[in-house]
Design a protein around this ligand. Structure first.
Ligand code: TRP
Length: 462
């Protein structure tokens, strides 16, 4: 069976950074920063990325590259026992659930892209709020957008690692940076924008408390794509020359810069029109369309163009992320169901395209339920939450931390140190000055931090 791989160094970085950069940076990070008082939150967030995000990424990279196989098999190989495959399987399931609800939000972004082109979201504040409510609770439209988004992802992934994922990432990521820079400049040139910049860059330490610390930790998790074997799957396509530590640091750096730039495009514009930044998850769908109209209202065409660019940016960022989630399952189904010699699937011979279809169909079913639960079908709830909210909660707060915790325990305590050191130093060919620090982080800091998040979120540590 022929396995794909990434062709170039820059392809590795852009594809993996594409996975990390997504709605987590442009939607979740700004609203969390807004709710948690700005710069102080960002400072803690950066600390979390360095202290436990990067070591976590390196660990998943090690598992993936060592196994050179789909997540389930990679965990089995490095752990030396069948049972470890469960970590990869749970990771693949988690990523299907995430893709299911992520596609719904990405679909909303597509709708907003078209609505901003055709003028559908022009109107006063009440109109924009009503527009979002009516649209997201519709039974058909948002569901179709979500399915479209998964099919778009499918189209890229089925073409393989080098011809699909790497090619598209190499094209989309530069576009994403250019769009981001244009919007940031336009936003920061607004009169009164200084207040927004100050909010983001001048920490107010009176806002610091333990909650901020733990929320920043959770955000770092989601934003770096940690905990679902996503990075492990991508790393299985890395070459033996890829410097794992350096790549993790570069990708975490890009991810953090994009998150801060997203803040720099939203807050200066919001402050310049006097909009409160702490309005939560509806920030980009309800608050921002208003901000665009008012802030650039003097010259209508600029507001119009900026709004289009902004939603195009969201769609691109979301697509490179959904591709990475899709690839976990695709690789799994393809490699596990093709030409097996024994077992119940022995008669099957699934191609890569077939694997991608199995993944897409499962995700589309989850997506339909998530989308309908926003109001299209009444009482579609689980534990008093809409299915979409439940999937978000269940993955981000339970399955992701669990996946990363188990990975840290496996890499830090079970796998022979020599294997880890070999992977870390590319078999002794690169310096290993940071190795001891890395190992300490993986053995102690990461597991303890993750336990802390869990205790906090289940209310045991309040
Ligand atoms: N990191 C992406 C974002 O910020 C989302 C994402 C992609 C993800 N792959 C993942 C989150 C795997 C968790 C696990 O939007």
């Amino acid at each position: 069976m022929e396995r794909g791989n990434f062709g170039t160094k820059i392809g590795v970085i852009l594809a993996t950074a594409g996975s990390a950069v997504g709605l987590g940076n442009i939607w979740r990070f700004p609203y969390m920063t807004g709710q948690n008082g700005g710069a102080a939150f960002i400072l803690i967030y950066i600390l979390c990325v360095i202290m436990f995000g990067i070591p976590g990424m390196v660990s998943e990279f090690i598992v993936g590259r060592h196994g050179a196989a789909n997540a389930a098999r990679a965990y089995k190989i490095i752990g030396g026992h069948k049972a470890w495959a469960l970590v990869g399987i749970v990771g693949a399931i988690t990523s299907m659930i995430i893709l299911g609800f992520y596609a719904v939000v990405a679909g909303w972004c597509m709708q907003y892209l078209f609505a901003s082109i055709f003028g559908g979201i022009n109107g006063d504040a009440a109109y924009v709020a009503e527009y979002f409510k009516t649209f997201s609770s519709d039974a058909i439209k948002p569901t179709l957008w979500g399915i479209t988004f998964i099919l778009l992802t499918h189209l890229v992934v089925q073409n393989g690692v080098r011809n699909g994922i790497e090619k598209v990432s190499n094209l989309l990521m530069p576009c994403l940076f250019i769009l981001l820079i244009i919007i940031v400049i336009a936003a920061c040139l607004q009169p009164g924008a200084e207040k927004g910049i100050e909010f983001l860059l001048k920490p107010d330490f009176s806002k610091l408390n333990r909650n901020i610390f733990l929320e920043a930790l959770g955000q770092a998790f989601f934003s770096l794509s940690l905990g679902t074997a996503c990075l492990c799957t991508y790393a299985s396509y890395f070459s033996r020359q890829t410097n794992l530590m350096k790549s993790a640091a570069q990708i975490a750096g890009i991810d953090t810069i994009v998150a801060i730039l997203a803040g720099l495009m939203i807050f200066p514009a919001a402050f310049s029109v006097g909009v409160n930044p702490d309005c939560g998850p509806s920030l980009i769908f309800i608050t921002l369309p208003n901000v665009f109209q008012q802030a650039f209202g003097g010259v209508h065409i600029i507001g119009y163009i900026i709004a289009i660019l902004f939603y195009a940016l969201l769609v691109l960022a979301a697509l490179t992320s959904t591709i990475s989630m899709h690839e976990i399952g695709t690789a799994f189904f393809f490699e596990e169901l093709s030409r097996k010699k024994k077992g119940i699937f022995s008669h099957m011979n699934v191609s890569r395209k077939g694997g991608a279809w199995i993944e897409s169909i499962i995700c589309i079913i989850i997506c339909i339920f998530c989308s309908l639960s926003m109001g299209g079908v009444k009482n579609l709830t689980l534990f008093n939450m809409s299915i979409l909210d439940f999937c978000d909660f269940f993955t981000a707060q339970i399955l992701l931390p669990l996946g990363a915790f188990v990975t840290c325990i496996l890499v830090g305590w079970y796998v022979p140190k020599k294997v880890i050191r070999d992977e870390f130093t590319n078999w002794g060919t690169i310096r290993s000055t940071l190795f001891d620090i890395y190992l300490f982080a993986v053995r102690f800091i990461c597991p303890i931090c993750i336990i802390a998040i869990e205790l906090y979120q289940t209310g045991l540590l309040k």
